[in-house]
Ligand binder design. Structure first.
Ligand code: SER
Length: 623
């Protein structure tokens, strides 16, 4: 069964069990300052796990687009990918362990057709320090479920991963591991969780590909060994705890289930081949690369390049489909890095400079029935990939010359040099290493990593600012300017037309910096009218109200927003209006003042200039 069929079957199966199918959210999370990308299915579910009611009820299911930037350099083996889909189902205080594990076993064995003899499972050993009991209920439930399949399953105590490697799995099938393996929260183990974070014990399902154990990973093999024999294909989290401020654990308002299973991994298990790149959603990309290069994926020396290109182009297509553009910071930086690494490995395979753009339609066609946003963004995706290809190949020669110059001058290439080559010429590190090797030189990895880390920390902190809705903080002054910014956008749209939308914002206690889509200079008299509108709204003392609305309804009503596709089904709409005038109505994550009359001072626009092609930038403050 191929991956697309598995996705369909899973959603249909869960629908049959009373779940509402909800759409995947964007790869760029809203209102989650903890991460640049959506990396798991449960991210959009956090409020409901904490006790809020989900608009679709107590049972929901989906297939979520996920991206893990931290795995970029892991790509190349048989199982790491940056982009993946996570199948998920949730119970918000509805069903619990019995239903969840019964369904999962039923789905994997009966619907997907996996061999039960190859299935191994785990559960939580308990954490006495935090007063969290051992999950005996789950161990016994697993035993009953295996018995129904005609398998006598033995329960074995493992502990940590290291203890597992020491003991070996013997004849066991159900294994108790500690919190480092069988506890799930966004922050890891109970000890690592911050106050207010939800978490719980989990029960994982592993598939045995039957390959030989690699002792480089430990003396004995066991389900949580990384040698590649076992692959985790599903994680059932029993999300029932929350950490208190005093460090102890309290029960959440509901006992919830949070299931996540990697679609690609389940498909690999269904294939009986641990190589994820052989599944139906990746193999067509590899095939195209084979025919274009005349090289073979079976040839071990080239396989790494095939895998990197296939993974990276898929991730890049999805990212641009969600509105990311190549740049030198935040998500745009990760996107550019993906494209450049893919282009570099394409040159390694002797492929043409235009290879990536030939892969774009393959990826879109594989996914567009489930993720129509890719088809909608087809021309934008093509344009961005072509532009990056042109830029990259143009600087390639200049970069090569620069590299040679540095080597000729000093006889070596430092980590800092490598970093400059990356930031100025877009040379990915692996490419610099290869080229330096041609000159018989090894570069100092450590210094490069330090430089790179510095750079990454900088872009992270910028990203965090951005996720607060462009607000530097939630102080009173910043909040006032945030409300003014909404009023300003409404006025700009009145003056300049409906094509004007927000393109970015950055708000501090001192000023608001606001980017918007508009092709030409905005004259001072227009800016004066915009100021008057904002100051008029402040005088009018209009209440600011937030309501949750169905996304499509909000859109139909003309609520202002950009990147609609990034938002979940239900959106927050902020309206600033009194009885006779609606001053502003916009999608937003807040915070705002409660009444425009709370804004102290006179709103003043201090500058207006071009920001980038088709985008203008205004700076304004309160005097
Ligand atoms: N939150 C769990 C995971 O990401 C299950 O969805 O693995």
């Amino acid at each position: 069964m191929n991956a697309a069929d598995i996705r369909k079957k899973y959603l249909a199966y869960m629908e049959k069990q009373g779940h509402a199918i909800v759409p995947s959210t964007s790869l760029m999370p809203d209102n989650d300052p903890t991460t640049l990308f959506t990396g798991s299915g449960m991210q959009q579910m956090v409020p409901y796990l904490l006790g809020e009611s989900h608009p679709k009820g107590t049972r929901v299911t989906d297939s979520q687009k996920c991206f893990r930037a931290e795995d970029i350099e892991e790509v190349g083996d048989n199982r790491h990918t940056t982009f993946f889909e996570m199948l998920g189902n949730w119970s918000f205080g509805d069903y619990f362990k019995d239903e969840q594990l019964t369904w999962m076993v039923d789905f994997l064995i009966k619907e997907v057709g996996l061999d039960p003899e190859r299935m191994y499972v785990t559960c939580f050993i308990g954490d006495p320090n935090n007063d969290i009991p051992r999950d005996e209920y789950t161990a016994e439930l697993w035993q009953k479920l295996f018995k129904k399949l005609g398998i006598e399953a033995e329960i074995v105590e493992m502990g940590t991963e290291e203890q597992g490697a020491e003991k070996g799995m013997g004849t066991g099938r159900i294994f108790y591991y500690d919190a480092s393996k069988n506890w799930w929260s966004r922050a890891g183990t109970p000890d690592n969780m911050p106050a207010g974070e939800p978490g719980g014990p989990d029960a994982e399902i592993f598939y045995d590909f039957g390959t030989e154990h690699d002792p480089a990973y430990g003396e004995n093999c066991h389900p949580n060994c990384d040698c590649g024999r076992f692959l985790e294909i599903g994680n059932n989290v029993f999300m029932e705890y929350i950490k208190r401020a005093d460090g102890t654990f309290a029960p959440l308002p509901n006992k919830n289930v949070d299931f996540g299973g990697g679609l690609e991994r389940i498909a690999a298990a269904a294939n009986g081949d641990g190589d994820m790149f052989k599944i139906g959603l990746l193999w067509p990309i590899v095939e195209k690369l084979q025919s274009a290069s005349g090289r073979s994926y079976d040839d071990e020396t080239d396989r790494y390049a095939f895998r990197v290109i296939a993974d990276h182009i898929r991730g890049a297509v999805f990212m641009i489909g969600d509105g990311v553009l190549p740049s030198n910071k935040e998500q745009g930086y990760v996107l550019r890095r993906l494209l450049r690494r893919a282009m570099f490995y394409a040159t390694e395979l002797g492929l043409s400079d235009r290879t990536l753009e030939e892969l774009v339609p393959i990826v879109i066609d594989l996914y567009m029935d489930v993720y129509p946003e890719l088809d909608d963004a087809r021309s934008a995706i093509m344009r961005e990939v072509v532009t990056e290809e042109e830029k990259f190949h143009k600087t390639l020669e200049r970069g090569r010359r620069e590299l040679k110059k540095r080597i000729d001058a000093t006889g070596h290439l430092s980590g800092e040099d490598a970093f400059v080559l990356f930031t100025t010429y877009g040379f990915p590190l692996e490419m610099t290493i290869e080229l330096a090797r041609d000159h018989g030189i090894e570069i100092d990895h450590g210094v490069y990593r330090d430089e790179f880390e510095k750079h990454r920390t900088l872009s992270r902190s910028a990203a965090e600012g951005k996720f607060k809705g462009g607000l530097a903080d939630h102080g009173e002054k910043t909040t006032m300017l945030h409300t003014c910014t909404h009023l300003m956008l409404a006025a700009l749209r009145q003056e300049l037309g409906d094509d004007v939308h927000q393109a970015g914002s950055n708000i501090t206690a001192e000023r608001t910096r606001f980017d918007f889509t508009h092709g030409e200079k905005v004259e001072r008299d227009v800016l004066d009218r915009v100021e008057n509108f904002v100051n008029g709204a402040i005088k009018a003392a209009a209440p600011v109200k937030m309501v949750q609305m169905d996304k499509e309804e909000a859109r139909a009503q003309g609520v202002e927003g950009s990147f609609w596709e990034k938002y979940p089904d239900t959106v927050n709409v902020y309206t600033m209006a009194n009885d006779d005038t609606v001053y502003s109505q916009e999608l937003c994550g807040g915070p705002h003042v409660e009444n425009t009359g709370d804004i102290q001072g006179v709103f003043k626009i201090t500058s207006e200039k071009s920001s980038s092609a088709g985008v203008r930038r205004i700076k304004a403050h309160l005097e």
